[in-house]
Write a protein that binds this ligand. Structure first.
Ligand SMILES: [Zn+2]
Length: 105
């Protein structure tokens, strides 16, 4: 169930946003939202690269609170808003994972 929520928020929810709010150019919007998942590249800096029991938020550089504050600023500009939405959605998704991780111990 946790996996389902995770992958829905990463792939399904962006589609809902793109289709719901960017209908004429929904595919372009969807691709931009999916591209924001590239922030997970910062995991490559960590050792091990993937650890299912590690909370990303506040651990990886692009998942730090400073970075998240920067993503919120992206919402201000019309051209960067969609990227900001995608990045914040990503942080929420990872944050939900953190709740699952901390409640399973
Ligand atoms: Zn992430």
């Amino acid at each position: 169930m946790q996996q389902f929520i995770h992958y829905f928020l990463h792939f399904g929810f962006p589609l809902v946003i793109a289709w719901g709010f960017y209908r004429p150019r929904w595919l372009r919007a969807y691709i931009i939202l999916l591209l924001t998942m590239l922030v997970d590249l910062d995991h490559l800096l960590a050792n091990p690269v993937f650890d299912p029991c590690r909370c990303s938020i506040g651990f990886h550089p692009l998942h730090s609170y400073v970075a998240i504050a920067g993503y919120a600023l992206l919402l201000i500009g019309p051209n960067t808003r969609l990227a900001g939405i995608g990045l914040l959605l990503h942080m929420v998704t990872d944050g939900i994972d953190c709740l699952f991780i901390s409640s399973s111990f």
